[in-house]
Design a protein around this ligand. Structure first.
Ligand code: C2O
Ligand code: CU
Ligand code: CU
Length: 466
């Protein structure tokens, strides 16, 4: 019985903080529509203080977990109740271009009081997320990042499921905002937050069914931070990365040395065996500058379900077409530091008044700039290999909208076979990615460190229709 099993999650609390699970986290009923009113909100991150000026969809709560089913159309009506413009983007979904939420490229920005009906249909089951693509820096930093789940056709058999939305906030000790980004950060690795949270809570603790198998759906929705995840002393397997099932189960790292690295925008589905017996703990850590940090605790509760890690099986693969490498179109994109050129023109969608980054030595002229063409144009169903060359000493999580790709080769490391929408390029790393250009439209292509995206490291590719 899914209902009773799933409802075994309860929130115990954070470190003396107001604790909140995103709305929808425990809901078992699948609907086919949702309404997201984007508004300004407040939240108590620190006991006795209130942080005003968040951007959320539910007052006093993180953005809800949206849950839909593979191949079943889902309508989200997004209404802008802010004074600023916005759009919503569904990160990782291979959907129709008009639903992709990129201002000027796929839709006009939503002004005050405007609504847009996003018709989402996903051929893929997995863990995705959503965030604005207009006023992106501000609105993401102020809280507008939510998890989107696409369920498999048949229940993969977990006893419980827990979405973990990892993100920082830049607050002072009294819960007031400090600069959301800095020029110094934008020109280097990005500006890290000061409050590391999971589901907007510092070190939350969740009850989990003793002896049960829990599916963690971890999404790194922070604009900057690269997480290095591990689960000491836990029996756990990585079952999917970036919304796509792995072809083999991979042991979840138990130590910092071989941690699972998730850059901004990336996700991991992790099957965890909860210890038997009441009150036993499993803790998710990340390495960070300084000592390791706790992201969340699971505490066992109830009669043991006596599951075993061997009960975890592969998830059914998503229907991604295998590129033909022998006949692929080949292009090279170079990412570099280019502190010259005009400031990007993002129209009503908010610009950072700097240029630091470029693709093929040309900084993105801005979402609203006229006459900027695609980085490359492909015919429908072309097989494509893109060589992504990072000429800088910083990491860049490079993200392609609307298509799924395989990283096939790196000059620095072994790459396991998998599909993704975001590949984290390490300093001076070159990665070849391959895909079939089977979704027509203009697809944004950019670094997901938002300060890099907004200071030049952005562009788009075009897939012709037929
Ligand atoms: Cu997650 Cu262009 O976005
Ligand atoms: Cu995206
Ligand atoms: Cu970058």
């Amino acid at each position: 019985m899914q209902i009773t099993r799933r409802s075994m999650f309860g929130m115990i609390g954070g470190t003396g903080l107001v604790a909140a699970l995103p709305p929808g986290t425990l809901s078992k009923t699948l609907t086919t529509q949702a309404e997201l009113d984007i508004r300004s909100a407040s939240f108590s991150f620190i006991e006795g203080t209130t942080t005003e000026g968040l951007v959320s969809t539910h007052p006093g709560a993180p953005p809800p977990v949206i849950r839909m089913r593979k191949n079943v159309p889902f309508n989200v009506r997004v209404t802008n109740k802010l004074d600023d413009y916005t759009t919503m983007h569904w990160h990782g979904l291979r959907l129709a271009n008009a639903m992709d939420g990129v201002p000027y490229l796929t839709q006009i920005p939503l002004g005050q009081g405007d609504s847009y009906d996003y018709e989402l249909v996903s051929p893929d089951a997995g863990t995705f997320w959503y965030h604005p693509h207009c006023m992106t820096m501000d609105q993401m930093a102020l809280g507008l990042t939510g998890i989107l789940i696409v369920e498999e056709d048949s229940d993969p058999g977990f006893d419980a499921e827990l979405p973990l939305n990892l993100r920082d906030f830049r607050l002072d000790g009294k819960g007031a905002w400090i600069d959301l980004w800095t020029a110094r950060g934008a020109a280097r690795g990005g500006t890290l937050g000061t409050f590391m949270t999971t589901n907007w809570t510092i070190e939350p603790t969740y009850h989990a069914p003793a002896g049960g198998l829990v599916r963690l759906r971890v999404a790194a929705t922070d604009p900057t931070r690269v997480y290095k995840l591990y689960l000491p002393e836990a029996d756990a397997k990585i079952i999917a990365l970036d919304g796509h099932p792995l072809p083999t189960l991979v042991d979840m790292p138990t130590r910092t040395e071989n941690a699972l690295v998730l850059g901004p925008g990336q996700r991991a589905d992790i099957a965890v065996l909860v210890p038997k017996g009441d009150g036993k703990r499993v803790t998710l850590f990340t390495d960070a500058p300084g000592p390791p940090r706790i992201l969340a605790h699971l505490v066992s509760r109830g009669q043991s379900l006596h599951r075993s890690i061997a009960d975890v099986s592969l998830l059914p693969p998503n229907p991604v077409k295998e590129p033909n490498l022998a006949e692929a179109r080949r292009e090279e994109f170079v990412f570099g530091w280019s502190p010259e050129g005009d400031f990007p023109n993002n129209g009503v969608c908010g610009s950072l008044p700097y240029t630091f980054w470029s693709i093929n030595r040309t900084p993105w002229a801005g979402d609203a700039a006229q006459g900027v063409g695609p980085l490359a144009t492909f015919n429908l169903n072309d097989s494509v290999v893109l060589r992504l060359r990072n000429e800088s000493p910083n990491d860049h999580p490079i993200h392609l909208h609307g298509l799924a790709f395989r990283p096939i080769r790196s000059n620095k490391r072994e790459l396991p076979p998998y599909w993704t929408d975001t590949v984290l390029l390490q300093r001076e790393e070159t990665v070849d990615i391959a895909f079939v250009a089977d979704n027509p439209g203009d697809w944004a292509f950019h670094c997901h460190v938002i300060e890099h995206q907004k200071t030049g490291l952005a562009g788009f590719v075009r897939v012709l229709d037929g």
